[in-house]
Design a protein around this ligand. Structure first.
Ligand code: MN
Ligand code: MN
Length: 461
């Protein structure tokens, strides 16, 4: 054989996905990305994503799962976990004893949560105190338009949904940064110290009410909130309000090949795994889609992936077939669908170029995540990696390998370890992202599309 033939036969040769994209796939990709963009515009919080999923699932024939219900192959069910996370399933033709094919993503994203006692006035400016949620570079969240999303539970128990800053006619909110002219001291600080957590105070307004006494600006804001939402300040003590970047998903680049938006991590994988499930015919193995909450703070709490809600959901499904849930888990497979870091030529020093995902090379598969000596990783086996590789190849899905940065450079985690703890074989995979956890993150359309095809292939494996 010539060296050319040997090279072709023996060496791997990753290629930019556009070199292999058919015209038909390209049109399909563009249409998919439009649907994804409208999803992400409508769903900036886990609550909004869960509500969207419930409504959309019902439209596609999904029913709320209840203990003891009769289920047959092809039936579609969902479980709304307190409005904060959701689990969906399409019952397969095989028994659940043969296992389920699971895709797990999260629908919470880094942001600034409003503190329990948030409202105050200083120097005749009304503010909200915040506490950042997840890993953020605090300086990135100043001097940009912000919106407020959430829920307030009033004294009588009724809840009111709040969204301000997304409609073109809405006002937006704002966290100030220091003017460069007086930043001599600030500019000497590290990026981590330049803006402190207690400086992430959101400006709500500046106009005082006409009258006597203190806090007339704050009082005016409370009056506006009372008129619009029927709330008083005490109601803010039973509220879940979050501050997120205002605005919609936009195409980025003159060639429109990228999407810029808040919270691609991890709604880009959440959408990739729910869309193919919605219109799925009876799969061989039961297909399960998890949209989890609290991943960004360790998958904790009743709506996080460490919660027993997954056992509850799968237990009900298994009971309908008199199958042991343990048996089901032992034979299941989970794709932990979460984003990876796309290689950034502006910061080559943090990545091993040979093992980092690249924009437009398809869905990134990660054998492990974690930090230092793989600490905290679920480190998939050779057999698990083969299952994913062969399943995606058979389905014609473009994929690439990835690790999260150079060894000892940092690291990260996903829900993979928590799924694996359940005796479920799990592999990480997802969309490569530039500027992960920044107010606006970037992904490539091609990678979004391939991740959706990957989730579909895993469900049907
Ligand atoms: Mn994530
Ligand atoms: Mn994240």
């Amino acid at each position: 054989m010539t060296t050319d033939e040997l090279r072709q036969n023996l060496l791997s040769s990753p290629k930019n996905g556009y070199t292999k994209l058919s015209d038909e796939q390209r049109a399909d990709m563009e249409a998919y990305c439009k649907r994804y963009a409208s999803f992400i515009d409508a769903c900036k919080t886990e609550r909004e994503a869960t509500a969207w999923a419930v409504t959309t699932a019902k439209q596609h024939g999904f029913r709320a799962l209840t203990a003891g219900m009769d289920l047959k192959p092809g039936d579609k069910v969902y479980y709304n976990n307190r409005g904060k996370s959701i689990l969906l399933a399409v019952i397969g033709s095989e028994s659940l004893a043969k296992g389920a094919n699971i895709c797990a993503a999260h629908v919470d994203s880094p942001r600034m949560d409003v503190k329990p006692n948030p409202l105050y006035e200083d120097s005749e400016i009304a503010y909200l105190k915040t506490h950042y949620y997840g890993g953020i570079k605090k300086y990135q969240w100043t001097a940009i338009p912000l919106a407020i999303h959430g829920v307030i539970c009033r004294a009588d128990g009724t809840a009111v949904t709040v969204t301000i800053g997304e409609d073109d006619s809405d006002p937006v909110l704002y966290v100030s940064d220091l003017l460069i002219h007086l930043s001599a001291d600030q500019m000497k600080k590290t990026l981590a110290e330049g803006i402190a957590g207690e400086q992430l105070n959101v400006i709500l307004g500046t106009e005082p009410l006409d009258g006597e006494g203190s806090d007339l600006v704050k009082l005016n804001i409370m009056k506006l909130l009372n008129e619009k939402y029927g709330i008083v300040e005490d109601d803010l003590h039973s509220a879940e309000l979050t501050i997120v970047p205002a605005g919609k998903c936009r195409e980025v680049g003159l060639d429109r090949s990228l999407l810029g938006a808040y919270g691609h991590d991890d709604r880009v994988c959440a959408y990739a795994q729910i869309e193919p499930l919605l219109s799925m015919d009876t799969p061989k193995h039961t297909a399960v889609c998890i949209l989890a909450d609290k991943e960004e703070i360790g998958s904790v709490g009743v709506s996080g992936m460490q919660s027993q809600v997954f056992e509850y959901f799968m237990g009900i499904l298994c009971d309908t077939q008199n199958v042991s849930r343990h048996e089901c888990f032992a034979n299941s497979f989970c794709l932990s669908a979460d984003v990876s870091n796309a290689y950034d030529p502006n910061f080559p020093e943090v990545s091993d170029r040979r093992n980092n995902s690249l924009l437009n090379y398809g869905v990134a598969i990660l054998k492990y995540t974690g930090a230092r000596g793989k600490s905290g990783a679920s480190d998939a086996s050779a057999e698990a990696m083969h299952h994913v590789r062969s399943t995606l190849d058979k389905a014609g899905v473009q994929w690439q390998l990835a690790t999260l940065g150079k060894v000892d450079q940092g690291g990260g985690g996903t829900v993979a370890a928590y799924m694996a703890n359940r005796n479920i074989v799990t592999v990480d995979a997802g969309v490569p992202v530039l500027s992960m956890h920044a107010p606006i993150e970037l992904v490539s359309k091609l990678d979004c599309y391939m991740t959706m095809l990957a989730c579909k292939a895993i469900y049907l494996a």
